[in-house]
Design a binder for this molecule. Structure first.
Ligand SMILES: [Zn+2]
Length: 410
């Protein structure tokens, strides 16, 4: 018999039962109500603000199909005279399950210490942990000020219509915990993301007279090679922020990946077009403008050597950007000391290589710490994603202790 009576697990079970894969991102309200109705019963006032679809449409690239309302949940409880506001956040959307699951991705399977299901680690386990922590806090008499819980959508497609929209439209706090990270570390920074397409144009011709054409695939190969060289140079660059040792680097580092290439028409046609899709990750010390100028510089240098190189570059709108907060921020220190109490050792204070919605808070000057229920090996974004029961419990406890300390009664 497994013990599934904890609030954390009951919430997680219901959340995993609602398919919130994005794209398309249906069923958000149903998933949010799993948490929202419990918070309301515990005394929170709960709202479900909707983001206009135009906000997300202008921010996603290509033919991403979106269905359903872009809806979020904001729950608030106020105690006493203090004006301090603490925000707790996690996202309710998940990446599509993909193939090769040996279990139903939308039904929680309990196997010993492991809880399987899409989103178990990223990020529904954190939603469940925060819901339980907030419920316990509501029934305690130990805090003063405002506790805000925001569960948000569309993080996996850039977060502009989720936490990004709420922050742009008046959601304020004095500090925040974003539960989209690891149970093993305390997060103070993250890399950002820049995506772009390079469209290389050639001149079609019959392949039997290929000297009459310009081969766009061959020209694109020059571009790929130049970008690969740029990636090697980026590999020498380091942030001042330490990285999780599991990531294989000591400090955060940038990267550039030529991720996709499309070109050619038929075997006997000189290809007139070849397109490359590139993913560039930025450390907190790099700006989007600098990184963009660096890419354009590489391509211009190439063209100066090869006048027949005909290309255009299209950058995606900027969504998740890099950020860092000081490790000396009160919320970071309180989270780290709560982490020590629960985990029984000193935490590693690090930056993450993946993008997170916390960037939108940091950009508004709101000190934010990230943590969560995930660990390397939990099959995040892969088949058979799981979370450890003890990690959900631990994260929930860390959030509760941090909130009690931050909103301490005077
Ligand atoms: Zn996530």
């Amino acid at each position: 018999m497994s013990q599934t009576n904890s609030l954390e697990e009951a919430v997680l079970r219901e959340l995993i039962g609602v398919d919130t894969s994005v794209p398309p991102g249906r069923n958000y309200l149903e998933a949010l109500k799993v948490a929202g109705e419990r918070l309301e019963a515990a005394g929170f006032s709960v709202e479900y603000p909707v983001t206009p679809i135009s906000v997300v449409k202008s921010r996603v690239h290509g033919n991403v199909v979106l269905e359903g309302e872009r809806v979020n949940m904001v729950a608030r409880i106020v105690r006493g005279e203090s004006k301090r506001r603490l925000l707790l956040n996690a996202h309710i959307d998940v990446v599509p399950p993909g193939p090769n699951w040996s279990r139903d991705p939308f039904r929680l399977s309990v196997e010993g210490e492991k809880l399987f299901g899409r989103g178990a680690s990223d990020n529904k386990g954190s939603v469940a942990a925060i819901t339980a922590a907030a419920t316990r806090l509501a029934f305690s008499t130990g805090f003063e000020g405002e506790l805000i819980v925001a569960f948000t959508c569309d993080e996996e497609i850039g977060g502009r219509s989720g936490l990004g929209y709420l922050v742009e439209n008046g959601l304020k706090a004095d500090a925040a915990i974003v539960g989209d990270g690891s149970i093993r570390t305390v997060g103070i920074a993250a890399n950002g993301c820049m995506r772009f397409d390079v469209r290389v144009r050639g001149q079609a011709a019959h392949s039997s007279r290929n000297w009459l054409g310009v081969n766009a695939v061959e020209k694109a190969a020059l571009v790929v090679d130049a970008l690969a060289q740029l990636n090697r140079r980026l590999g020498e660059r380091r942030s001042s922020v330490p990285a999780d040792p599991d990531s294989g680097v000591d400090y955060l580092r940038p990267s550039l990946t030529v991720a996709m290439i499309r070109g050619g028409v038929k075997e006997n046609v000189v290809p007139p077009l070849c397109e490359i899709t590139v993913d560039r990750r930025l450390i907190p010390e790099e700006t989007w403008e600098e990184a963009k100028a660096e890419v354009l510089g590489v391509l211009e240098a190439l063209k100066s050597k090869d006048p027949k190189l005909d290309y255009e570059v299209e950058f995606e709108p900027q969504n998740h950007f890099s950020y860092k907060v000081s490790p000396n921020e009160e919320i970071v220190q309180l989270y780290a000391s709560s982490w020590s109490r629960v985990m029984g050792r000193e935490p590693l204070i690090v930056g993450g290589l993946g993008c997170v919605d916390a960037c939108y808070l940091a950009a508004k000057g709101i000190p934010v710490v990230t943590g969560g229920v995930s660990r390397t090996g939990n099959n995040v974004h892969a088949n058979d994603e799981f979370v450890l029961r003890s990690d959900i419990k631990s994260f929930s406890k860390i959030v509760e202790l941090t909130a009690l300390n931050y909103l301490k009664r005077a």
